[in-house]
Design a protein. Structure first.
Length: 597
């Protein structure tokens, strides 16, 4: 069903840009989990400039009309003089501002020329390749106008920053773009890594082809050197585009694809296209000939490539959870009860972590100045905990260890206003990564969590204003050399971020405070794409201090909960794990809940 709405967001009375207002935080299931392209298609019908409109009205109209991609922004171009320089297509650079924050005010108006100043609160930018980065700062742009041969005001010169891009509200972005994943392989080519992009919603029928062409163009610049692409350079989509019949998408690629890895190309295409509800199966053609990898039928299904899903490394069921019991010992959580973890000695670990295969259990000393590691022998005898890292300075502390899917342990040592990364492979000595090879070397790091794909990493950093901020980085491996960098902020709304965990390949579970909205730290789901943030659960049970999550598993938080006589540490989960708006239930005594990873 197609819905139409008229985007006549023109402030014809005041000098303020009439853009929709509202919060970016939304309740309900996030876009990545609800077929984001299958929301009712809101077609933006832009308004043409009216006769004798004033300069600020022309700017209002242009900004509103530029959110429509119909006919290469044909209506928006009617607001420009013929020789005005504006080329946002095919991949625009978009400045995203907060809903309701933009002000459009005339700064100079004469008989033949005028200037209009536009100010507002920038949330972030969408780069030409579709990659979003949160960049909270002020918008301050000046448009220059002149009269056309008919005496009507038109834009003669755009600000330099907008000559190849657009200035859109968050609400415009939600209507004119969709957040989708392109899939590429981790360096070992065993699992896929999602590369989230904002894709302009040009025409719903063309979306499968539009998405396929985006995949063939390769990963975004941010992820380019960290992943592997199975499609040879120059591979194109042939014919009229992706054709869909009875749920089967036929993708016809050019001859260049003959040189590519057939299984890899199939997996990348299937995972990318399966995001569209109308696509259940896929046929891959190269120059009109149907191709299929060995042991896979000509009609491929998502099940054929389930093993390449980064979340599949944890299995299909819920994960076992662990916590620190009242005495400080590690315990396993099963239903509403806990049982001691007998595979460890009596050493108490702060901020504990466990490898996915349970072959390594790590944590910190009480002062957080040592990293302790135990490697259970597997014969039932308790593992002895040993110190594998000591702080290099008196004021240095470590982050809670994090394990990737290969069993490598990662932690960050912060001291003063800087930090260094430590990596420890099983059976090897820790390796320090610093300087140019570590992208957060000039910042303190509170938390570091590796994604299951081993390519992306989430961190909580303390910026120059002493604010805790979420950043996402990527890991580049070149032989024995590891570079971890290009850390991007992904959210401008959350402040005082206390903890985070990867819930799955697309989302983080985060404890933080919503800027200008909430006074207490609460749990949120934060898409790494920069999409909408959603709250987790209703109400806060005490002071929440830690959070843990895993694919197919309930989100767990550690909280100090008021009791009859005093406050006590408890682990909480949603009363109904299938309903993210259910109440929090604190059901067992303990702290620091965690899943392996």
């Amino acid at each position: 069903m197609r819905l139409s709405t008229v985007a006549s967001l023109l402030g014809l009375v005041s000098g303020c840009a009439s853009v929709p207002t509202g919060s970016r935080v939304a309740s309900g299931r996030p876009a990545e989990r609800t077929q984001p392209f299958d929301d009712p298609y809101v077609r933006i019908v832009p308004v043409r400039p009216g006769r004798d409109w004033l300069p600020f009205q022309i700017i209002n109209g242009f900004l509103s009309a530029s959110a429509s991609f119909d006919d290469r922004h044909a209506v928006a171009r009617e607001y420009l003089l013929r020789d005005a320089d504006w080329e946002p297509d095919p991949g625009p650079s978009v400045t995203v501002y907060a809903n309701g924050s933009l002000r459009v005010m005339p700064s100079r108006t004469g008989d033949a020329q005028a200037s209009v100043q536009v100010t507002g609160a920038q949330l972030g930018i969408i780069r030409p390749d579709g990659q979003y980065a949160a960049q909270p700062e002020a918008v301050n742009e000046v448009f220059h106008l002149a009269r056309d041969p008919h005496g009507q005001w038109r834009i003669a010169q755009l600000p330099e920053t907008l000559r190849r891009g657009m200035l859109l509200s968050r609400r415009d972005i939600d209507r004119a773009f969709r957040t989708m994943n392109l899939y590429f392989f981790a360096p070992d080519r065993t699992v896929l890594v999602p590369n989230a992009i904002f894709l302009p919603l040009v025409n719903r029928r063309d979306l499968p082809s539009q998405l396929t062409r985006a995949l063939l163009s390769g990963p975004t610049a941010w992820l380019h050197n960290a992943v592997r692409n199975s499609f040879p350079a120059g591979t194109r989509l042939l014919g009229p585009g992706v054709e869909i019949t009875d749920g089967v998408a036929t993708v016809n690629l050019s001859r260049e694809a003959d040189k590519g890895d057939l299984a890899g190309m199939s997996a990348q295409l299937m995972w990318t296209l399966r995001q569209l509800a109308e696509i259940k199966f896929m046929k891959l053609e190269i120059d009109g000939n149907v191709m299929a990898p060995p042991d896979v039928g000509s009609t491929q299904s998502p099940r054929d490539w389930q093993h390449t899903n980064p979340d599949a490394v944890t299995g299909s069921g819920a994960q076992s959870a662990y916590l620190r019991g009242p005495g400080g010992r590690l315990e396993q959580l099963a239903d509403d009860r806990t049982s001691p973890l007998h595979s460890l000695d009596d050493v108490s670990l702060e901020d504990p972590a466990m490898a996915l295969d349970h072959r390594g259990i790590a944590g910190l000393s009480p002062a957080r100045d040592q990293v302790l590691l135990a490697e259970p022998p597997g014969d039932g005898t308790p593992a002895r905990t040993r110190t594998v890292l000591r702080a290099s300075r008196r004021d240095a502390t470590f982050t809670s260890p994090s394990f990737d899917r290969n069993g490598t342990m990662w932690t960050v040592e912060s001291a003063g206003h800087g930090s260094s990364l430590w990596i420890k492979d099983l059976g090897r000595s820790p390796v320090r990564v610093s300087g140019a090879a570590w992208g957060l070397s000039d910042l303190r790091v509170r938390t570091l969590r590796m994604a299951l794909d081993g390519v992306r990493v989430a961190a909580i950093v303390v910026d120059a204003r002493r604010h805790e901020q979420i950043r996402i980085g990527r890991v580049i491996r070149d032989g024995q050399t590891v570079t971890v960098g290009d850390f991007m902020p992904i959210s401008s709304e959350l402040v005082d971020v206390a903890d985070l965990a990867w819930e799955d390949a697309n989302e983080l579970a985060v404890l933080g405070r919503l800027q200008r909205t909430t006074a207490e730290v609460l749990p949120y789901r934060v898409p790494v794409s920069g999409g909408k943030i959603s709250g987790i659960g209703l109400g806060a049970q005490g002071d929440m201090s830690s959070i843990s999550a895993a694919p197919n598993s309930p989100v767990l938080v550690g909280a100090r909960v008021p009791g009859k006589d005093s406050r006590k540490d408890q682990v909480c989960r949603l009363s109904d794990p299938q309903d993210r708006l259910s109440q929090w239930d604190c059901f067992v005594e303990g702290r620091d809940p965690f899943y392996p990873g």
